[in-house]
Design a protein around this ligand. Structure first.
Ligand code: SF4
Length: 358
């Protein structure tokens, strides 16, 4: 059994989860993040890295939206920009209807409590000079939560128990914990301020397979108990399929497909999604037998993305129009969005190049 399959089978049954609300908690509209490239003695701007280039989606209260794509596609930048850890170049971010796009660090403070992050590398994200208890309690001190040190300590001890750590480990340093335990510290820290939204940036990919399952189970339990909303960034499709309610697929800074997970895994409408899924073993009954799609070439540079559809240099169904016209992300069938010219006359499943296309 390969790693992805064994992870998915070890984690808890996702069908028993509560359904998310239809009401959007976070709305992201045409979000862009372009990083300038500086060159020469006077540090002139010689170009840009188009890391995120017009991304729109919404997070519904209580749901998990999986954000997948190859390394370098911009998914982590989306997560950091949505949390305002990076300033957006353009676009709009609204939390519960309130526009937070242009708020400075001070004005963001009250919103910061509602938006938290879990990082990929639990070791690198924890200060080695602080005890685990200090790390988890730090957000409480910064935001002035709790009247006394004892009150904060009680809150930290309760968070430790909630994430599966022992209160007697409060005084241990990060190097005294295993990888899975360190990620539990990261989760406890993210929970300290009782957030509504947590962005998980590849939160299990640095962990052993057996530990991945424990952490995913913990995240799903916490979502049910606390009504959390997750943006779950990952490249492992088996993990994303298990934890997510809906999935967005990114390629070179843009979302190319977005729908509920069952539609995405059964009937991918974008050639890139089809290629990604073709590399995942289909162990589930009812899953269509997938032909293996081998993409040609490497992912193009986000400094000079291809014209038209960014995917046309690797797409097996590319035709002339794809080189000059970027397809918009639009609804192809009920709630299933894709950015591909193949579906202009209605959904085309299985995918096929238009007969009259050059
Ligand atoms: Fe492929 Fe063209 Fe569709 Fe882009 S628009 S994914 S190049 S068929």
């Amino acid at each position: 059994m390969n790693q992805a399959t064994s992870t998915a089978t070890a984690i808890r049954n996702a069908s028993a989860r509560s359904a998310p609300s239809a009401r959007p908690l976070l709305q992201v509209t045409d979000l862009k993040k372009h990083f300038p490239i500086y060159k020469g003695l006077f540090s002139q701007i010689s170009g840009h890295v188009y890391a995120v280039d017009g991304v729109s989606f919404e997070l519904r209260r209580g749901e998990t939206l999986g954000l997948v794509g190859e390394s370098g596609c911009g998914k982590s930048t989306v997560g950091r920009t949505v949390l305002k850890l990076l300033e957006p170049t353009a676009g709009r971010i609204a939390l519960d209807g309130e526009d937070i796009t242009d708020l400075d660090a001070h004005a963001m403070l009250p919103y910061r409590q509602r938006l938290q992050m879990i990082y990929q590398d639990p070791y690198a994200s924890l200060n080695p000079r602080m005890t685990a208890g200090e790390i988890v309690g730090e957000p409480l001190v910064i935001h002035g939560v709790g009247d006394t040190a004892n009150e904060r300590l009680a809150r930290v001890a309760s968070l430790f128990s909630r994430v599966g750590l022992r209160p007697d480990q409060l005084h241990n340093y990060p190097h005294e914990f295993s990888g899975g335990q360190r990620q539990r510290i990261g989760i406890a820290r993210a929970l300290a301020l009782s957030p509504e939204i947590i962005v998980g940036d590849e939160p299990v990919s640095a962990l052993d397979v057996s530990i991945q399952a424990q952490i995913i189970n913990l995240l799903m339990d916490l979502q049910d108990e606390l009504g959390l909303t997750y943006l779950f960034i990952a490249h492992d499709l088996a993990v994303v399929e298990h934890i997510s309610h809906r999935v967005a697929v990114m390629y070179l800074g843009r979302i190319v497909e977005l729908t509920d997970k069952s539609s995405l895994f059964r009937y991918p409408l974008h050639p890139y999604t089809e290629a990604l899924l073709s590399a995942v073993p289909t162990a589930k009954s009812g899953a269509r037998t997938r032909k293996r799609v081998i993409l040609k070439g490497d992912v193009p540079s986000p400094i000079r993305p291809p014209s038209g559809c960014h995917f046309h240099t690797r797409c097996p169904y590319a035709h002339r129009r794809c080189q000059v016209e970027a397809p918009a992300l639009r609804e192809v069938t009920g709630g299933h969005l894709a950015a591909c010219h193949l579906h202009d006359g209605g959904p085309k499943v299985p995918l096929a190049k238009p007969a009259d296309a050059a």
